[in-house]
Design a protein. Structure first.
Length: 369
């Protein structure tokens, strides 16, 4: 059987669908329901179908992941050269057009999505959530970012709606979310990323006594890029996040996160801050009341080094990083020697396989360069 080509879309005439004698192809939909069609208009629109019926001479196509109504819509579009899209059939028709590589239908789906985005207002949270889900779905199923780019461009002009969408995401059960929607939310959030961490901190605290486990959705929030943005937008929130994680997670989980956190040292406190502030006014990586009486960085290091409650490399180094910020560490061989000695005494360099104290000291580079 030879299938010739023509320029599509073309209106072959919907009435031919009613001529059962011409319907030589069966499409098996979800639930086993069958949609019949002539192979000719489908092959004219899709090289995939052309190869299946022309070269492999297939008489049945398995499309069981799609509903009969969506398959019927797809078939009619191939017959008439126009596709009738609704919110109800958009997802499946969009995916079918991608699976069977019907480019003009892919373009029509993108235009339909773009039109829906153009109708958004600052109050259109429900509509935005629908568009968010569709962008995430096609990203997961086809690794296609076209819808994400359209939605992102739209939300740039609607900052209040962007914030509402991110907040709406945090109201969902994290156990029911898929990783792709978390990544998409992070991408769309921009500077509103702090909303996600404001949600994460109490969520971790509510998991019960330590050690607790983070879900895959929660772990995907903890990247050097998201943490750096959080630290930039809200340093106190970032410090609170570090403290919450280190008191809640197991040492093994903290060890896995250490490399990420070491890339994002805590931002220095405001100029008005002072080491002599009361502990209640300062956010510490670990609660060490005695730091309130310190006057130098070296004093603080010695107190931290002697605190028996600091029992992980993560707690130890994050506390040192904080003290560097608060007390303004200077370029000093003595300071480096004190930190190196403390690390070696605790054997963190071998326990965490960082190959030596000089690698653990890497996060301190901005103070000791």
């Amino acid at each position: 059987m030879v299938i010739h080509t023509c320029t599509v879309p073309v209106n072959f005439g919907r009435h031919y669908l009613e001529l059962r004698g011409l319907n030589d192809l069966q499409l098996i939909c979800s639930g086993g329901e069958v949609v019949r069609s002539s192979s000719f208009p489908l092959a004219m629109n899709s090289l995939v179908v052309s190869e299946l019926v022309g070269e492999l001479q297939m008489k049945e196509l398995d499309v069981e992941e799609f509903s009969p109504s969506s398959v019927q819509c797809f078939v009619e579009a191939c017959y008439t050269g126009s596709v009738i899209l609704t919110r109800e059939n958009f997802r499946e028709v969009n995916k079918m057009s991608a699976v069977f590589k019907v480019q003009w239908m892919i373009d029509e789906c993108l235009n339909f999505y773009t039109d829906l985005c153009s109708e958004l207002t600052p109050q259109s949270v429900e509509a935005a959530w629908f568009l968010f889900q569709e962008a995430g779905y096609i990203l997961k199923e086809r690794n296609n970012k076209d819808l994400q780019l359209v939605l992102d461009t739209t939300l740039r002009g609607l900052p209040d709606l962007r914030l509402s969408l991110v907040k709406d995401f945090t109201c969902r059960d994290p156990n029911e979310q898929e990783w792709v929607y978390t990544d998409l939310c992070i991408s769309l959030a921009g500077k509103s990323i702090t909303v996600l961490f404001e949600w994460l901190v109490p969520l971790v605290e509510s998991k019960g006594p330590p050690p607790v486990k983070l879900s895959d959705v929660e772990k995907r929030l903890l990247t050097s890029e998201t943490l750096a943005l959080c630290n930039q937008e809200d340093p106190k929130l970032y410090q609170k996040l570090v403290y919450t994680l280190q008191k809640s997670l197991s040492n093994d989980d903290l060890g896995a996160l250490f490399a990420v956190f070491s890339l994002v040292p805590m931002s220095p406190p405001s100029p008005s801050s002072s080491p002599r502030e009361s502990p209640q006014q300062m956010v510490y990586p670990i609660e060490i009341p005695a730091l309130g009486g310190c006057t130098t960085f070296l004093d603080a290091v010695k107190i931290i080094d002697g605190d028996p409650r600091i029992n992980s490399c993560f707690q130890f180094v994050s506390s040192l990083l904080y003290c560097c910020d608060v007390f303004g560490g200077r370029t000093s061989r003595e300071i480096v020697d004190v930190i190196t000695s403390a690390l070696d005494k605790r054997r963190y360099n071998t326990r965490w396989n960082y190959g030596g104290s000089h690698l653990i000291l890497k996060p301190f580079g901005r103070w000791f360069s």
